[in-house]
Design a protein around this ligand. Structure first.
Ligand code: BGP
Length: 457
């Protein structure tokens, strides 16, 4: 039997924009997602926008009981900035009442909430001023963070600032998947830097408001594996890791940006605008723990004829199609559970063995109803196998001393996903879109309950 450390967190991750619904109701102002859906609905899978998303604004009380039903002892979700502070300054009392009751009900069900502040949902009022491109966003975020800590800090003591901050950089400023769909490497670096400073300022506010609480950040870790160990391919791997992982992980844990990243950005004429106090702020405001979302690795190689200086990240590294790769046939992503062991060792060796947890891991499946049995239950054995394979490698890392305190799946209830809508299902509960978002437990929910009860398998 594989046992996990005592007090291990078994849970799931979600986010406000993907689960709450009531996107334009109860005092909420629009985020970039609401705006983009109104202006460009054709970009969204099957015209499924952010308005209704699994309806948790109405169903949260029952959902908290469902969390308990499948043995979750913790949940990470987020607060919608646009619900709490619709104009960035004025508190929305309905939002305060909703979140307080929601978080309290989680706790009453024995579920520890980990609360995140930003999950890709930039307020439209701030976007109109330039969003993360402008320094003003840093102080706007710090004010929002302080407000959230003050309003909910008596219920929630574990917080995170951002989910996958590199995603809004990449998707919004390099590859056109998220609003404002700008393609500009230099702007992307500035957006990343301002986001990092917003994180740092939020940590600073946290220490004042909740000195006994814990704060972290959630990063998507896609460790790079190079095609060969030629110096060129190794450089490509290093560039990928520097830009995608170390850019947030190093300041969060070590309080500074890696010298190699500063050099890389300089060589490519991408250096962002900074302020004199930034270095000191970064140094002082490191985190208590790290969350790492892991889905798949990056396979990289050196580009053939790169532009110098780089115009796009592809001038520094390009994808490599590893012939041995195992693919999730229902979502297209690579399945490589071994990486979780490598990540565990990296955290132990390079990041002071800081407490960390797997904050997202899961298997997306399109058209999952094909696995539905007569009684209505989805027999998702593929998902159980996926999770167990990943846990095998995580367990090995823990046995070898990595300080991992939990494993959260993506996700608890099938939820809406950005441009994919409801195509890829990940939940322990199926959501029936035809029938008022009705929930039905999948087989993996039963499996997870046993796992959590036995603290292992
Ligand atoms: C993560 C995000 C989640 C979620 C998940 C699944 O990167 O933090 O918000 O969307 O990916 O991705 P998808 O729904 O695109 O399959």
């Amino acid at each position: 039997m594989k046992k996990f450390p005592e007090g291990f967190l078994w849970g799931s991750a979600m986010s406000a924009p993907q689960t709450e619904g009531h996107g334009s109701k109860n005092g909420k102002s629009p985020s970039t997602w609401d705006y983009w859906f109104q202006t460009n609905p054709e970009k969204f899978n099957q015209n499924q926008g952010p308005e209704n998303t699994s309806n948790m604004y109405e169903t949260y009380a029952d959902d908290c009981l469902r969390m308990k039903e499948i043995g979750l002892n913790s949940i990470r979700t987020s607060i919608a900035w646009t619900r709490l502070l619709p104009d960035g300054k004025t508190l929305n009392p309905e939002a305060v009442a909703f979140y307080r009751d929601y978080f309290q009900k989680m706790k009453d069900s024995g579920v520890e909430p980990i609360m995140n502040l930003f999950h890709f949902d930039m307020p439209m009022w701030l976007m109109e001023k330039g969003g993360w491109e402008v320094r003003e966003s840093v102080e706007a975020f710090a004010f929002y963070a302080k407000t959230a800590f003050e309003q909910f800090g008596d219920i929630v003591t574990k917080w995170t600032t951002f989910n996958e901050p590199i995603v809004h950089v990449e998707c919004g400023y390099l590859y056109g998947f998220h609003y404002p769909a700008v393609v500009d490497f230099k702007k992307a670096v500035q957006v990343g830097y301002n986001t990092l400073m917003a994180h740092v300022r939020a940590v600073e506010e946290f220490r004042k408001v909740l000195p006994n609480g814990e704060i972290g950040i959630i990063l998507n870790i896609s460790p790079a594996y190079s095609r060969s160990n030629s110096p060129e391919d190794e450089r490509a791997k290093e560039a990928s890791d520097l830009l995608n992982s170390n850019s947030f992980l190093d300041p969060a844990v070590h309080g500074k940006l890696p010298d190699a990243l500063i050099q890389l950005v300089k060589e490519n004429q991408l250096t962002p605008e900074t302020q004199p106090e930034d270095k000191e702020l970064m140094k002082k405001n490191t985190v208590d723990f790290i969350g790492l979302n892991y889905y798949q690795p990056r396979r990289v190689q050196a580009p053939e004829n790169p532009a110098v200086p780089a115009i796009m990240p592809e001038d520094l590294y390009v994808p490599y199609d590893w012939p041995e790769k195992k693919i999730n046939p229902y979502r297209g992503w690579e399945i490589y559970p071994e990486a979780l062991y490598d990540v565990a060792m990296m955290m132990k060796e390079n990041y002071n063995n800081i407490p960390w947890y797997v904050s997202e891991n899961g298997m997306g499946v399109a058209e999952e109803e094909r696995f539905m049995k007569e009684d209505g239950m989805i027999e998702d054995d593929y998902r159980i196998e996926f999770m167990q394979e990943h846990l095998d490698y995580l367990h090995k890392g823990i046995e070898e001393g990595s300080n991992c305190f939990g494993y959260h799946t993506w996700t608890f209830v099938d939820c809406w996903s950005w441009l994919n809508g409801y195509r890829n299902r990940y939940g322990f509960y199926r959501v029936d879109l035809e029938n008022q978002f009705e929930r039905t437990m999948k087989k993996s929910g039963l499996w997870y309950k046993e796992l959590s009860k036995n603290n292992g398998y």
